[in-house]
Write a protein that binds this ligand. Structure first.
Ligand code: SAH
Length: 487
């Protein structure tokens, strides 16, 4: 991993002042041991006109694995070998950022005891990184650095120069140039944005990462147009941390925008204390989204198709506006557990009159499914083999025809955000497929069209700017359901 920082000299400050700023003498080659290997600092050129400092990180892949810090890229079937044989020794990555902050920590903080006036002065700077992993490509590199005052040259690195037809690798060769920035600002940009571009932290993301991000992002991150992507990727998409960071950045923005806007700041502070609770499990968020949708269409008689172990039925029972609730599943075992969960045998008469559980397959039309206001298919369709889907579609939308149908299913695009999910795997062993947002929408729109429903889509869980929410929900309504509501 290799990075150079160059500057040119002026009448007030020779280029070799870079050595004072970095606290590293231009005439010496120095080595520092870090927890991942050895960082070398050397100066390929150093005179009054031009001075270049190089940071070379020799990663010890074996030590990295032994320290248990190889996490992050693993997961694929060949992960065991990939721990040792990978691009880490050659490509700039989060490790380079860590080394940067370790070796140049005073420079990053803008401290220079020998020449105290230097750190605050912007000077011509040029940063070069020959191999930078950049998920998002040269376009994203530009969107990240250009708003900060850098002139960006990012060239994709071909997979193999001998075989241009193989296309580009995920690396770019990067050159950044600016003359309006201080060295401390430049280092802080790199410290945050290199791991953001690499998008695979090689060490465990602890909660103090939020503090590190906000410290390094001071003065530039709050107003950055890609702030959302930066915080989310920097924090390895840990939702609770990302939310914490965004709320704190919002506070900074409000404080900078208008000191007198006390009410808005109070509200943001309220939000900040709330977020310290644990994030709500996705299954709970899903049930909440379903309940909200059912209430908003005014449904009283509700079918839970593929009810599984009865968690949603249990929630529905708590709300008296749902007067009749039926859970249907093909699995007798699931229904037995559901019945125990609901304590059906010990339920009072009034309650037990509201609820029924019965066995049935959604692949067949069933008279018992008729006459309901709404039906829910929560995480069910992906359990059917695709050739069986038209049968389910007909049984629900063609024959049973409730006024509202809610269908939820995983959004496969989001799978890259699950830390524990190996690349290319589905979330559950029994899932026959998982759809992208486009695939789900295409299916749902066709179903709606064939059976005279309208359809809208609602995200469930954090709606990630790049890959969307973890769960996608379609809300189908018949024309008559809409008219009833309007009446
Ligand atoms: N709705 C629940 C359970 C989802 S798991 C929830 O959101 O948590 C999927 C459920 O669909 C399982 O309980 C499974 O038994 C049921 N299922 C799968 N194929 C079915 C079919 N053809 N007919 C009825 N239920 C089915």
């Amino acid at each position: 991993m290799f990075l150079t920082i160059s500057t040119t000299g002026s009448a007030e400050s020779p280029a070799t002042d870079l050595g004072f700023l970095l606290h590293k003498h231009p005439e010496k080659a120095q080595a520092f041991s870090t927890s991942y290997g050895t960082a070398h600092v050397l100066y390929p050129e150093a005179d009054a006109e031009r001075c270049t400092a190089a940071l070379l990180l020799e990663v010890d892949a074996v030590a990295l694995v032994r320290r248990g810090k190889g996490k992050g890229r693993g997961g694929a079937p060949d992960a065991a070998l990939a721990q040792y044989v990978n691009d880490r020794p050659y490509a700039a990555s989060s490790l380079l950022a860590v080394a940067l902050s370790g070796v140049f920590s005073s420079a990053m903080r803008g401290v220079c005891n020998a020449r105290p006036h230097l750190p605050a002065q912007p000077r011509p700077l040029r940063v070069e990184i020959p191999a930078l992993p950049a998920r998002g490509g040269p376009g994203l590199v530009g969107r990240l650095f250009a708003p900060l005052g850098w002139t960006v040259t990012a060239e994709p690195v071909p997979l193999d120069t001998e075989f241009p037809q193989w296309g580009d690798s995920r690396y770019v060769s990067l050159r950044l140039e600016a003359d309006t920035l201080t060295l401390a600002e430049a280092l802080r940009h790199l410290y945050v944005l290199l791991p953001v571009l690499d998008d695979a932290k090689h060490y465990w993301v602890a909660s103090d990462e939020v503090d590190k991000l906000l410290r390094a992002g001071e003065g530039w991150l709050p107003g950055h147009p890609e702030q959302q992507l930066i915080t989310s990727r920097y924090l390895s998409r840990r939702w609770s941390l990302t939310r914490q960071a965004r709320e704190r950045l919002e506070l900074v923005r409000l404080a900078e925008a208008d000191d007198s806007d006390v009410e808005a700041i109070d509200n943001a502070v309220g939000a900040e204390t709330e977020q310290e609770e644990r994030p709500t499990p996705l299954a709970v968020q899903r049930r909440e989204a379903i309940l909200t949708a059912l209430r908003s269409c005014g449904a009283a008689r509700v079918l839970d198709l593929g009810c599984g172990q009865g968690q949603l039925v249990q929630q529905l029972l708590k709300d008296p506006s749902f007067t009749e609730i039926a859970g249907v599943d093909v699995s007798v075992r699931a229904l037995t557990i559901a019945s125990r969960r609901l304590r059906l045998d010990r339920m009072g008469e009034r309650q037990s009159a509201r609820v029924s559980l019965f066995q049935g397959s959604l692949a067949y039309t069933d008279k018992r499914l008729k006459g309901y206001d709404a039906a829910v298919l929560s995480e069910v369709i992906e359990h059917l083999d695709p050739p069986r889907l038209p049968a389910l579609e007909y049984a629900v939308f063609g024959a049973a025809r409730p006024g509202t149908v809610l269908v939820t299913t995983p959004n496969v695009e989001y799978n890259v955000r699950w830390e524990s999910l190996p690349a290319g795997h589905v979330r559950h062993g029994d899932h026959r497929f998982e759809w992208t947002r486009a695939e789900f929408r295409a299916w749902a729109r066709k179903v709606a069209e064939r059976h005279g429903y309208t359809v809208e889509f609602v995200p469930v869980g954090p709606d990630d700017p790049e890959v969307g929410p973890p769960t996608q929900m379609a809300v189908f309504r018949t024309g008559s359901a809409k008219e009833e509501k309007a009446a």
